[in-house]
Design a protein around this ligand. Structure first.
Ligand code: FMN
Length: 148
């Protein structure tokens, strides 16, 4: 059975909700899934023991891109992650009324390129309330699962 690790950082619960919904879609597809708050995750566990790693973070800040506060220190340590040639997918919640819509996802994409990770899908950027993006989330998760 293929397995997925989903790590998210979320302040008001939006990215957490998306992470859990992705996890449900994966489970329905017969995948083994671990969903973790970034506060319970370490960079050392990335790329080990799972076929794919999903990273999700919301974006904060006004004049500059700021990661969700719990995710920030994790991001700073990502250079040490063992993700070369490993399957990865990225997602996050944001609000397009801000200058840097889902800027945290942009930064994660750059980091994955630097680490030579294998990003399997176009990243998922949720604009506003994720409840309104249910079908978008499900479709994206199904696309990601199809790589496994
Ligand atoms: C003070 C503040 C700053 C924000 N800055 C951004 C931003 O720069 N870019 C963006 O896309 N969304 C921004 N947002 C929107 C949040 O990312 C959005 O509400 C998101 O759904 C929060 O997800 P979370 O509950 O998982 O943390 C901001 C929201 C607040 C309240």
């Amino acid at each position: 059975m293929a397995s997925a690790l989903i790590i998210y950082g979320s302040t008001t619960g939006n990215t957490e909700m998306v992470a859990n919904r992705i996890g449900e879609v994966f489970s329905d597809k017969g995948l083994s899934v671990v969903v973790k708050n970034v506060t319970d995750a370490t960079v050392a566990e990335l790329g080990n023991g799972h076929d794919i790693t999903l990273l999700g973070a919301s974006t904060w800040g006004d004049d500059a891109i700021e990661f969700q506060e719990d995710f920030d220190s994790f991001f700073q340590e990502l250079d040490a992650a063992n993700l070369k040639d490993k399957m990865v997918a990225l997602f996050g919640c944001g609000d397009s009324s801000y200058e840097f819509f889902c800027g945290a996802v942009d930064e994660l994409e750059e980091k994955m390129e630097k680490l030579q990770a294998n990003v399997v899908n176009v990243s998922l950027r949720i604009d506003g309330d994720p409840d309104d993006a249910e079908s978008e989330v499900v479709e994206w998760a199904e696309d990601v699962a199809s790589h496994l």
